[in-house]
Design a protein around this ligand. Sequence first.
Ligand SMILES: O=P(O)(O)OC[C@H]1O[C@@H](O)[C@H](O)[C@@H](O)[C@@H]1O
Length: 317
Amino acid sequence: MSATEIKSVEITTGINGLEKVILREIHGSSVEVYLYGAHVTSWKNEQGEELLFVSSKAIFKSPKPIRGGIPICFPQFSNLGSLEQHGFARNRLWTIETDTPPFPPNVTNGVFVDLLLKPTEEDLKIWPHSFEYRLRVTLGPGGDLMLTSRIRNTNADGKPFTFTFAYHTYFSVSDISEVRVEGLETLDYLDNLQNRERYTEQGDAITFESEVDKIYLSTPTKIAILDHEKKRTFVVRKDGLPDAVVWNPWDKKAKSIADFGDEEYKHMLCVEAAAVEKPITLKPGEEWKVRQELSAVPSSYCSGQLDPNKVLQSSLL
Ligand SMILES: O=P(O)(O)OC[C@H]1O[C@@H](O)[C@H](O)[C@@H](O)[C@@H]1O
């Protein structure tokens, strides 16, 4: 048996000496996750092709979050509150947890790592709430990438807390002009480029020809990103996350982002499973559990299958 045929969890050192965990499946797929931000920075298929976008200018150094991969936005999405943009979970050091409270059996298939974030004294000064955030990153037997989050209110003062959330996934695409997203058509969205005014998406699948920054509301549990040039379709399945943010900065905004290459907008698309419109409130002792599952399939994948009405009726997870 060669090294790539062994299923494994390896803890090693990544860029700038930051610790990372590499998950490998027997057929050759792999996932890398940094303890800094519990940030997935790589997801490769059985052919070793990278499926996530990470900027060539990404800075792997605190306090800057890593540009690309899957940042975790918690306890605040965007600037919807008093915290730094997208909250602090994405630039804190998480720990590996070996004695995690049991997960339901459907999230224990495959190879996984459990990460834990608890607030420091400093964090409590800016967000005065005790919590335990457990993230399980799982690489499934078929190369699927699953992120399961469990967030528990551990406040001893009897107080509830409220937050917004997103898995800010950057998908790698060959050419953004050739990409379309299915599953969001006809839905309502808040347009971040227009003071979060509410609009209704018209027409067919979503395509890209300029900057886009939209929060789609009450979205189906399944969304597809079709990359015609690569002949690849990403399928996002989500559970407990009603919203979906779609973001591409396009050329002008790209130039204003220091840790993002001028032309890189052509090769990425963020589709972010999120809970934004209706913030989540947890009482002490309560736990919120959500899940995102990503798969990459060849583009013979039947387009049109993701009619939101049909998808909404079916249970996908
Ligand atoms: O540069 P950041 O903080 O990682 O955010 C990137 C983008 O993230 C998206 O989720 C937001 O909708 C955008 O408004 C934002 O520009």
